[in-house]
Design a binder for this molecule. Structure first.
Ligand SMILES: N[C@@H](CCC(=O)N[C@@H](CS)C(=O)NCC(=O)O)C(=O)O
Length: 213
């Protein structure tokens, strides 16, 4: 039984939860009260993750963090959603890095400030971030023009990683993906059809909160 330390607003946690469900792996959630600041508590950091981040996955005595590492571990353990060849494995890794640096990262930051930040977002910061979000989305939109999944002809952990924040309500980010990125929308429809898909607020623990700003 895996234990996933997580909370519902976290698309990084959703990446792992979706993969666990799609792989049919037994898991339970450990609710992390992120919104009340538990991950900034030195005791939590000492016990759970010195980086102050979720997801954290326990597999028995083994504790892993970083969604990209966890996804690669699960793909290896279960022989599912990995790559079909060595070249594809390199491509999966390439997209995981891009996702962590730019695609998830800029969008998740933008959404967090818009929906859950402690104060109203600074317009100058949002104006700086928005074109970076759009540039990353443009790259993925073009990539998906003539292929069904991020790598190869079947879903891989690269898809689980990159879709992590894209099933949340558009009001949270204020960015309407459906309006601007048709190939991303079709890809998300394909991912919704994978056995085990569920919406993040059904799959992860913790109440849905209305966007604050
Ligand atoms: N690259 C990390 C990012 C994890 C991450 O940023 N998680 C957020 C919650 S969604 C977090 O814990 N942030 C706390 C912080 O950045 O201090 C991953 O993919 O696991």
């Amino acid at each position: 039984m895996y234990r996933l330390h997580c909370f519902s607003q976290s698309g990084n946690c959703f990446k792992v939860a979706f993969a666990l469900r799609a792989m049919g792996a037994p898991w339970e959630s450990v609710f992390v009260d992120f919104m009340r600041g538990i991950t900034r508590d030195p005791a939590w950091r000492a016990e759970a993750n010195e980086m102050g981040e979720v997801p954290v996955l326990d597999d028995g005595a083994r504790r892993l963090t970083q969604s990209g590492v966890i996804l690669q571990y699960l793909a290896r353990q279960h022989g599912r959603f990995g790559a079909a060849s060595e070249d594809d494995a390199l491509q999966v890794q390439r997209w995981l890095f891009f996702d962590n640096h730019k695609f998830t990262s800029y969008f998740a930051t933008y959404r967090f400030m818009k929906a859950f930040g402690p104060q109203a977002p600074d317009p100058a910061v949002m104006a700086w971030l928005r074109p970076r979000v759009e540039a990353a989305f443009g790259i993925v939109e073009r990539h998906l023009t003539d292929r069904p999944y991020i790598v190869g002809d079947a879903p891989t952990i690269a898809d689980f990683s990159m879709c992590g924040y894209l099933f949340y309500p558009k009001e949270e980010s204020g960015i309407d993906i459906a309006a601007g990125y048709p190939h991303i929308v079709s890809w998300l429809d394909r991912l919704r059809r994978i056995d085990g898909w569920g919406s993040p607020y059904e799959v992860l623990p913790g109440a849905q909160l209305p966007p604050r700003w």
